[in-house]
Design a protein around this ligand. Structure first.
Ligand code: ADP
Length: 455
């Protein structure tokens, strides 16, 4: 098509430019020839040199125009005619020069008839050039018409092919997109129904494949949350049911008067009721605390405090448990410890959670030790370590134990707990601008660390 358009432009150019020029120049040459012959005749009659000068000037103009016509003519036929015209004009001018040099009287009739013949032939050549060029121009215009309609047809055909192709491409694209979307719809319905499926081997554009990866990650996460929720419901019901059953049984015996005659046993039952109530209060408070922390509703009151004192207080509070389990609980206050700016109540809770866990997961005769040090790195922080000689934690669980409701089941001797202690500890440490981590080896005890910026 580009080739046809090129040809069309060339033909139009030739017809409108070159051919029109040739016709115009051929006509102008005929006019000039008429003037030339008139001037020549006037010269022979008057013998006036001025006429001869004028003749020479017009002759020059005529020859120049012939040359310029020579430079623009391209048609083969016109070119032959032009060569003919050049030959006639040369013999005409030669005749004039010869006559002038030999004297003008002799053979004037012969000269004039020969000249008239040459001029006639010259006119005829010029006329033929004009006609041939006219014909060539008409031919070009006809050809250009044919090419134009061909180009028009080609354009329509090309446009039709493009429209067809784009319809096919959009249908294919729609199919490639619509199918995965239907699959997404089905899988989403599955997830809504509690069936956490995955999208496997999807043949789709890259963006949709990436979406499928995200979808699978979401499905896995939802499945994990669902499992956590189930775990949590069972842990929570266990956490709440055990104290409630103990309270129910003890209060039943008291109200029936089973131990009316035995004040010692009665006091023991009352102590059980109180302890179990306390346990319930602690469990409920933990749940409330965590939800307050997660929704950023916890109100922290920061005051500059001596960390040694804070740790000693926490140890004093849990030491009865250590004594009861016969676990050695020790802490040596560190002299150069800088003060910290903390919410003392929250920090007590943090320390109690960590020390409580250490005591809970360590068998009797073991030991739990605390240490506080200033870490003199480039970003100096106070670091507290709570180390125990307990059961330790498997490497694969070291990170997940900080997730809420995450409890690591260790068989039938699983210790009671809500699975919230470490999640709360992590919230408290973060709210103070610090971090918390653990180092442990299964069977060889654990050390929980947390850091705090100095005041
Ligand atoms: P829990 O109420 O179950 O103790 P936590 O969030 O305090 O909840 O702890 C989460 C889990 O981390 C526990 O179930 C336990 O498996 C593990 N864990 C925490 N502290 C210790 C420790 N000192 N030694 C061994 N395991 C621990």
């Amino acid at each position: 098509m580009a080739f046809e358009l090129n040809r069309l432009a060339r033909i139009n150019n030739l017809a409108a430019g070159v051919d029109s020029d040739v016709i115009q120049q051929a006509q102008s040459l005929s006019t000039k020839l008429r003037v030339l012959v008139n001037v020549e005749k006037k010269y022979w009659i008057s013998q006036d040199k001025d006429f001869y000068q004028l003749f020479l000037k017009r002759q020059n103009e005529f020859l120049n125009q012939l040359l310029s016509l020579d430079s623009i003519i391209s048609e083969e036929r016109s070119r032959t005619l032009l060569t003919e015209a050049q030959g006639y004009s040369q013999s005409y001018f030669r005749g004039v020069t010869d006559r002038k040099s030999t004297g003008n009287k002799k053979n004037s009739i012969i000269y004039e008839s020969a000249r008239d013949e040459t001029i006639k032939a010259l006119y005829s050549s010029l006329d033929k050039i004009e006609q041939a060029t006219n014909r060539a121009r008409d031919e070009k215009i006809r050809e250009s018409g044919t090419i134009s309609s061909k180009v028009l047809w080609l354009t329509f055909a090309f446009a039709a092919v493009c429209v067809g192709l784009s319809i096919i491409v959009s249908l294919l694209t729609m199919k490639r997109i619509a199918r995965p979307i239907e699959l997404f719809q089905r899988k989403t319905r599955d997830i809504a129904a509690g069936n956490f499926t995955r999208i496997e081997r999807l043949r789709a554009p890259m963006e949709i494949s990436m979406l499928a990866d995200e979808f699978n990650a979401m499905s896995e996460r939802l499945q994990e949350l669902d499992r956590l929720k189930e775990d949590y419901v069972s842990h929570l019901s266990h956490t709440l049911r055990t104290p409630l059953t103990a309270i129910w049984e003890a209060s039943g015996m008291l109200s029936k008067g089973t131990f009316d005659a035995d004040p010692g046993s009665q006091a023991e039952l009352m102590a059980i009721v109180r302890n179990e109530c306390k346990r319930l209060i602690v469990a409920v408070n933990r749940i409330l605390d965590l939800s307050r922390m997660e929704s950023q509703m916890m109100d922290y009151q920061f005051v500059t405090t001596d960390l040694n004192q804070l740790i000693s207080d926490a140890i004093a509070r849990v030491s009865p448990i250590a004594r009861a389990k016969n676990i050695k609980l020790h802490f040596t206050p560190q002299k150069d410890l800088p003060p910290v700016k903390v919410d003392t109540e929250q920090l007590h809770q943090l320390l109690e959670n960590l020390i409580g866990n250490a005591l809970k997961y360590t068998d009797s005769e073991g030991s739990v030790g605390l240490e506080a040090n200033i870490n003199k790195g480039k970003d100096a922080k106070v670091e507290v370590a709570v180390a125990d000689t307990g059961r330790g934690i498997e490497a694969q669980n070291l990170r997940s134990i900080f997730d809420k409701f995450r409890r690591i089941d260790s068989g039938k001797d699983t210790t009671r707990g809500s699975g919230l202690g470490l999640a709360i500890a992590q919230h408290i440490v973060k709210a103070h601008g610090g971090s918390i981590w653990v180092e442990s080896e299964k069977g060889f005890g654990s050390t929980f660390y947390f850091s705090l910026p100095p005041a």
